[in-house]
Design a protein around this ligand. Structure first.
Ligand SMILES: C[S@@+](CC[C@H](N)C(=O)[O-])C[C@H]1O[C@@H](n2cnc3c(N)ncnc32)[C@H](O)[C@@H]1O
Length: 418
């Protein structure tokens, strides 16, 4: 796609593509309009059970339930360098570069007839009931246009398609490029198309405050500007996996953050109806050097940081932080806590079993965990992790997603007894 604009040399990343509006004072706001966003509800209190045993003895092992049957493995085709046109009515999914085959296999396992459209772009016939773990976002395709047309012709065609299909209700218009080197070079083209389409849509239907899109019942309209063409798609904001263009939910790293890991927690919490708050107790397994702990403390929570490694000294001195310098596998909470957070660099199945133990014993109400996936075969392992957490751990409302800030890892959220 070329709209005769100069390609900047500073890509990636650039703030102006980050249109999600956020404002929580603890949450690294990225836009001024965020200041009007209301705070989230506090999380419901946990239903405290009897105090946990303090002996520190290992938990009695529950008999593991039968592992889920593994569907036949699916070999994905290599993504073509130029995007194949999408088919209107089907779904377009974006993912992290290099993860197309995992996303493709997930969609195949869900009987959604995937097609590899290009780098980081996979299409499917259906939207699976369970959102694909490796999808950053998904939109229903309205139109697919070749790149040969001028900007004006493309914008005209896109705008008329949007108003003919989406006849009423507020619209949030966004543009993104595939998150690949070739895609990112089209960032200026995406900006130009966004503005050209915006001026052709009815102004009174355009919602600028993206963060209000869900409560306003808006439709998210996305323009995917890719090498080889433009795809236009839509999804009701309430059903969207992400309110960020292409699911690229950029978070700003606080200047005093000891690690980039903090952004993973922030991104995970954006998608939850609740967040840790004042007076709540969080256990942070694998806490060092303290990025997650720091964000939890910033929200007013008290944190028990469990990690044999050292915490950042300023954090270790914080009165609301208790550092338990031992393995998470040896740690037992004195009483049930509100949030179990876990970013341990450890084997995924063993981490899942530990989190399942916490669930079975009712030691925490909410769970946010980052599961490391350095292995090649990720989907079979994720089936087992999901099974362990839900069937053996009793965690409910499980979400499992590779977030924008996740690399070879996925983030899980869940709760118990709400
Ligand atoms: C990715 S780092 C965590 C970063 C942290 N969330 C932050 O925001 O700064 C992984 C941590 O897991 C810890 N870890 C590895 N095995 C552990 C275990 N058995 N128990 C507790 N922590 C462990 C490591 O010491 C390391 O500090």
């Amino acid at each position: 796609m070329r709209f005769s604009r100069v390609i900047p040399s500073d890509w990636p990343p650039r703030e102006r593509h980050d249109t999600v509006k956020r404002n929580r004072d603890h949450a690294m706001p990225s836009r001024r309009k965020d200041a009007r966003r209301p705070p989230k509800r506090p999380a419901p209190r946990p239903q405290k059970g009897p105090p946990a045993p303090r002996s520190g003895k290992p938990a009695a092992k529950q008999a593991a339930t039968a592992a889920p049957a593994l569907p036949p493995r699916v070999k994905a085709p290599t993504p073509p360098p130029e995007m194949i046109p999408a088919q209107p009515g089907r779904w377009l999914w974006t993912c992290r570069a290099g993860f197309e085959a995992h996303l493709f296999e997930e969609l195949a396992w869900a009987d959604a007839s995937p097609r590899m459209l290009g780098e980081v772009l996979v299409e499917s016939a259906e939207r699976p009931v369970e959102p694909p773990v490796f999808a950053r976002t998904g939109i229903r395709v309205l139109a697919s246009l070749p790149s040969a047309q001028t900007l004006d012709l493309t914008a005209e065609a896109v705008a008329s398609r949007i108003v003919s299909v989406l006849t009423d209700g507020p619209l949030v218009l966004q543009a993104f490029t595939p998150d690949s080197p070739a895609g990112n070079r089209l960032a200026d083209d995406a900006d130009a198309l966004l503005e050209a389409v915006r001026t052709r849509l009815p102004a009174d239907r355009m919602l600028e405050e993206t963060w209000r899109a869900r409560e306003a019942g808006a439709t998210l309209v996305e323009l995917c500007v890719a090498p080889g063409g433009v795809i236009v798609g839509e999804v009701p904001a309430r059903e969207a996996l992400s309110l960020s263009p292409g699911g690229r939910q950029r978070m700003r790293r606080p200047t005093d953050s000891p690690s980039r890991a903090a952004m993973k927690l922030e991104e995970a919490l954006v998608n939850l109806p609740y967040e840790p708050g004042r007076g709540e107790v969080c256990v942070d397994l694998g806490a060092a050097p303290g990025g997650w702990t720091q964000r939890l403390v910033a929200r007013g929570a008290r944190v028990i940081a469990v990690d044999p490694a050292k915490l950042m000294p300023e954090l270790a001195r914080q009165p609301r932080v208790e550092h338990v310098q031992e393995s998470a596998f040896a740690y037992t909470p004195e009483e049930p806590v509100d949030w179990l957070c876990c970013d341990m660099a450890w084997r995924p199945l063993e981490v899942a079993q530990l989190l399942a133990k916490w669930g079975r014993r009712g030691w925490a109400t909410h769970l946010v965990a980052n599961i490391k996936l350095p292995m090649k075969d990720k989907n079979p392992l994720l089936l087992r992790v999901r099974h362990i957490l839900t069937e053996e751990g009793g965690w409910q409302g499980l979400t499992m997603r590779q977030l924008y800030h996740d690399r070879d890892e996925v983030t899980v959220t869940a709760h118990r007894g709400l």
